[in-house]
Write a protein that binds this ligand. Structure first.
Ligand code: 5AD
Ligand code: SF4
Length: 466
């Protein structure tokens, strides 16, 4: 029996890919370990989205090298693989910079890990091909036995790659063109997940709301239609999707937020900036007001929806006034959560070539102001839930005995102090206190307390739906 240690950086798709890599390696006799020192194979599943993320791999490789040396002294061999988006973007460069690395494997090639490892016995390997065949066709079918124990929530990749080419973003280069998996494949995977005890599925894609998979009827299905059939799978109580582009927020998807009780009232919809000039320079192909109108449509469909977004400050040429447009947009919309970043020039992207880069100190100051406002909004949103009863999917034991931790429909972390249910249950819990990162709740809530799930039809038990 050999042991593999996989460390993932970056987005949810890497989390999904990391699990699939261990699935591919299982028939080769590899079992997963959380202890890198005992691993015969170390896989770093990397992220290239910002410079900081990409550099992390090299500091980690330094640690891996020392570990490998220690293991060699003890007579153990260790193979080291760099996978993910840095692998795709830098390829053979990684072999030059880090001698400890045995193989470099791109996100579209990891289904070939067994043969890559065999080849790596004799020579160092780089496989960053975008194969003609579909990676997903070559991956082993998801196995319920392997899924069990990974938890009651799961990611399911339905779409990969991006054709949008935002001027700052490496994704179209590292993950390639947009590809949607056929509906039947997605459903088969979802059924396996549900049968293995998964209660909440987050369908993921770099541009998930641009999903256009082949349906069983031979027609192209959009994301809304896919969500409707996923909701019918027994055991699937909750659905989420991420990450979306404003331009692909079509009427059917907006309506799904009204009509589909399993679809959680949470939407991550990156806007990046609030200035029309900056948005155009970013090649986002929508204005700030168009974004505001999308939010209005979504809120009309699901008034309690929690909105989340991504922001970039200090995009090349961004003026003080343009940054204020971003602050105004945030103030207008009101976000329950958000991710915000300083612009980071990425090799090969158009924005990195712009002469007018914003000074680091200016970026730092803008980010601090933006984050202060977003944090205020997040805390306000959390405070608003105090006193209300929400459905909580119990995911794991809490830190203290008797506690169980889970998520509210709005993706808030909730700790239940007097939990009576079991992991996998959805319980109605009254939020009693908002901490800085979690909400605290009790389940002996009075039945008279209304649930905040506004689209729960009257008379339905709050537990069965969300
Ligand atoms: N610099 C800073 N942030 C970036 N993002 C993507 N590319 C860059 C970059 N070059 C952010 C965007 C995107 C999120 C995943 O990462 O906000 O939505
Ligand atoms: Fe990157 Fe834009 Fe595609 Fe999102 S939509 S992955 S930000 S290019």
């Amino acid at each position: 029996m050999k042991k593999v240690y996989v460390k993932s950086y970056g987005c949810q798709m890497n989390v999904y890919d990391a699990e699939r890599m261990t699935d591919v390696l299982a028939p080769e006799g590899y079992v997963q370990t959380q202890v890198p020192e005992e691993a015969d194979l170390v896989v770093l599943n990397t992220c290239h989205i910002r410079e900081k993320a990409a550099e992390k791999v090299y500091s980690e490789l330094g640690r891996v090298r020392r570990m490998k040396e220690a293991r060699t002294l003890e007579g153990h061999e260790t193979k080291v693989v760099v996978a993910g988006c840095v692998a795709q973007a830098e390829g053979a460069e990684i072999l030059k910079r880090a001698h400890v690395v045995d193989a470099v494997v791109g996100p579209q090639s990891y289904q070939r890990l067994p043969e890559i490892l065999r080849a790596a016995k004799a020579r160092r390997v780089v496989d960053t091909e975008f194969p003609v065949e579909d990676k997903f066709d070559e991956l082993p079918a998801l196995d319920a036995k392997r899924v069990r124990g990974r938890g009651v929530t799961a990611f399911l990749t339905v779409q990969e790659g991006c054709d949008k080419f935002c001027a700052f973003c490496v994704v179209p280069y590292t993950r390639g063109a947009e590809v949607s998996r056929p509906v039947a494949k997605v459903l088969a995977e979802a059924r396996t997940l549900a049968a293995a005890g998964v209660r909440e599925i987050t369908v993921i894609g770099q541009n998930v709301n641009a999903y256009h998979g082949e349906g069983p009827d031979g027609r192209t299905w959009g994301l809304a239609r896919l969500l409707h059939v996923l909701a019918e799978i027994e055991g699937v109580e909750r659905l989420r999707y991420t990450t979306s582009h404003p331009r692909d927020m079509d009427d059917a998807l907006v309506a799904a937020h009204r009509d589909l009780p399993a679809l959680m009232p949470y939407l991550h919809l990156p806007v990046q900036a609030g200035s029309d000039r900056v948005l155009a320079a970013m090649n986002r192909k929508h204005t700030a007001d168009e974004y505001r109108r999308i939010v209005e449509r979504v809120r009309a469909a699901r008034p309690d929806i929690a909105l989340s977004s991504d922001f970039i400050v200090g995009f090349p040429g961004e003026t003080d006034a343009e940054f204020e447009d971003t602050m105004r947009l945030v103030a207008d919309v009101g976000f329950a959560s958000a991710f915000s970043f300083k612009y980071s020039p990425r090799p090969g992207t158009p924005a990195a070539e712009e002469a007018e880069q914003v000074a680091e100190a200016v970026k730092v100051e803008r980010l601090a102001r933006l984050q202060a406002l977003l944090e205020e909004q997040r805390q306000a949103f959390n405070r608003e839930t105090v006193g209300r009863t929400v459905d909580v999917l119990l995911e794991k034991p809490g830190r203290h005995p008797g506690q169980l931790a889970g998520k509210s429909p709005y993706l808030q972390a909730v700790v239940i102090e007097d939990a009576t249910g079991a992991v996998g249950d959805i319980v109605a819990a009254r939020i009693v206190r908002a901490g800085s990162n979690s909400l605290f709740a009790e389940t002996n809530a009075s039945a008279a307390t209304p649930s905040v799930s506004s689209n729960v039809s009257a008379g339905e038990p709050a537990l069965a739906v969300e």
